[in-house]
Design a protein around this ligand. Structure first.
Ligand SMILES: Nc1ncnc2c1ncn2[C@@H]1O[C@H](COP(=O)(O)OP(=O)(O)OP(=O)(O)O)[C@@H](O)[C@H]1O
Length: 266
């Protein structure tokens, strides 16, 4: 079976400025791929290129086996849903209306959302714990609540692939756990998910595989235990990092607050 998304020799960037190069990755149904990398390493740029929102500078992207540049916009929306970083919108749509926009990818060009679309939007909003904010203007929500609404919008789209740009950024501790467990649950139900995060612990918690991005290239890709070593994390982030194993067997990362990597030990 084809991967839900597959990049081969992909180069990304903006007019006159290359950001990423030599990127090879694939995400299958039921799999969570976590993308980790320092600020500015090209995660958002890569995601926007995988979704056809930015033209590739080279290489190929396929969605469910078909070259991205041959797919109409509506078909891309049926194959992949995007959770961008939460932003302040211009128009005060209600939370329900924002989630309902996720349904438009499923409708014909002039079709209006029907009862089933409203029900799916309400269900998606409830699944992220915001049923009681359905009528609130999106502009009145906190950054974390907006992020949850964007997750709900992607869920309502019912695409087999979710591309999530830092879905836990700006969420409190409880909501981070809520979104991470929802991500794992969705993958276990057969969705493919690629997400970026600044927290290696999240990759240990939900990732089947991790891609470690550095200066626009994938330094390594594979199972979290193999990729997220103390040496690799210390090198990529420029601080000494220890990887500890909890009693439950789960791994967590502990950065040193004492001195930068390479400064030597006492
Ligand atoms: N619209 C743009 N035009 C030109 N360069 C851009 C544009 N947007 C981003 N860049 C540049 O592309 C590079 C990668 O940015 P990108 O946002 O993809 O990184 P990121 O890994 O997602 O960062 P962060 O973790 O801080 O969100 C940066 O050097 C950034 O300055």
């Amino acid at each position: 079976m084809s991967a839900l998304v597959e990049a081969e020799g992909l180069a990304t960037g903006y007019p006159g400025c290359e950001v990423g190069r030599d990127i090879d990755l694939a995400v299958a149904a039921g799999e969570v791929l976590c993308l980790l990398g320092p600020n500015g390493s090209g995660k958002t740029t890569l995601f926007r290129t995988l979704l056809g929102l930015l033209p590739a500078h080279g290489g190929t992207v396929r969605l469910a086996g078909d070259p991205l540049d041959r797919l109409p916009r509506g078909e891309i929306g049926r194959r992949a849903a995007y959770v961008p970083q939460a932003h302040a919108p211009v128009f005060p749509f209600t939370a329900h209306e924002v989630v309902l926009m996720g349904r438009t990818a499923r409708l014909g060009p002039f079709a209006q959302p029907g009862r089933a679309d409203h029900a799916a939007a309400a269900e998606a909003l409830a699944s992220v714990g915001l049923a009681d904010r359905a009528a609130s203007p999106y502009t009145d929500l906190s950054g974390g609540q907006r992020q949850l609404v964007l997750v709900a919008r992607a869920l309502a789209q019912e695409a087999p692939l979710l591309v999530m740009d830092e879905p836990t950024a700006s969420l409190d501790f409880g909501n981070q756990a809520l979104v991470l467990s929802e991500i794992r649950r969705l993958a276990d139900r057969g969705l493919g998910i690629v997400l970026s995060t600044h927290d290696p612990d999240h990759a240990f918690a939900v990732g089947d595989r991790v891609a470690l991005l550095q200066d626009g290239r994938i330094r390594e890709i594979g199972p979290p235990d193999t990729v997220l070593t103390e040496a690799a994390l210390s090198a990529v982030y420029g601080v000494e990092v220890r990887v500890e194993t909890l009693g439950s067997g789960r791994r967590v990362c502990v950065p040193s607050l004492a001195r930068p990597a390479g400064a030597g030990s006492a």
